[in-house]
Ligand binder design. Sequence first.
Ligand code: CDP
Ligand code: CDP
Length: 221
Amino acid sequence: MGKAIAIDGPSASGKSSVSKGVAAALGFIYVDSGALYRGVTWQAIRKGVNVKDAAAVLECMHNTDWDFFVQEGAAVFSVDGDVPVQELREKEVREAVAHVASVPEIREFVVESLQSLINFGSLVMEGRDIGTVVFPDSPYKFYLDADPEERAMRRYRELVTAGEDEKAHEVMESLKKRDQIDATRKADPLKVAEGAQRIDSTSMTLEDVIQTVMDKVQENV
Ligand code: CDP
Ligand code: CDP
C-alpha cells in the first residue's frame, strides 16, 4: 500500500506549491483535491445547472463520466472525456465551488474518488479534509496556515500576474467568504486534524515550508 501525505489548510496558505515540491522531491503523485470539487462545479455550470440547487448539481454529477489517471506525476481527471485545467480557475467556478463542496453527497463521491487514487501509488494530497476524512490514519498530516492578509495578498499577486483584472479588496473579501463557508459547514469543515503538524507560513519562504514537511516525513519513515 502506498503512503499518503495529507496537506490541509485555508486558501493561499501554500498547499499546492508545498505539495508539488514535496511530491517532486519524493517521487510521489501530486493530488489537488480541490480540483475535483471545482470539476463538479465546472461541469454543472457548463451544463446550465443552477449551482445553488444541490439536488440538480448532484444529479448532473451522477450523469457524468469521470475518469482518473496520472500524468507527469500528478493525478488528473476527465469529465465526459474533457480534461479541464484553466477552466477550473475561472471566476464563476471559484465563486460557486465552496457551495458545491458543502453538499454531503457530493463530498462522499469526491472522498471515495480521492481514496481510490492510492491504487496509483504514494500520494501527496492537498485539500481541506485530507487529514480528517480522506486519509485520517495517515502518519503524515500537515495543516498549513498564514494570516488572512498575507494569503489574500498572495492570491492577488497571482491573479494580477495571470492578467486578471481584480481588486485587492475584492480578493480579500472572496477569500474570507470562502474561509468562512469552509470552516463552518456541517460536512467535513476545515479544521486541524488530530495528530497534524501545524505550520504558519506567514513569514516563511516556500523552500522553508517544503523542508519542514520533508524533515517530518523523513523522521516518520
Ligand atoms: O486553491 P484554493 O485553496 O483557493 O481552493 P481549492 O483547493 O481549489 O479548493 C476549492 C474549494 O473546494 C475550497 O474552497 C473548498 O470549498 C473545497 N474543497 C473542500 O471542501 N475540500 C477539499 N479537500 C478541497 C477543496
Ligand atoms: O494551494 P493554496 O491555495 O493553499 O496556496 P498556493 O497556491 O500554493 O500558494 C499561493 C501563492 O502563495 C503562490 O503564488 C505561492 O508561490 C505563494 N506562497 C508564498 O509566497 N510563500 C509561501 N510560504 C507559500 C506560498
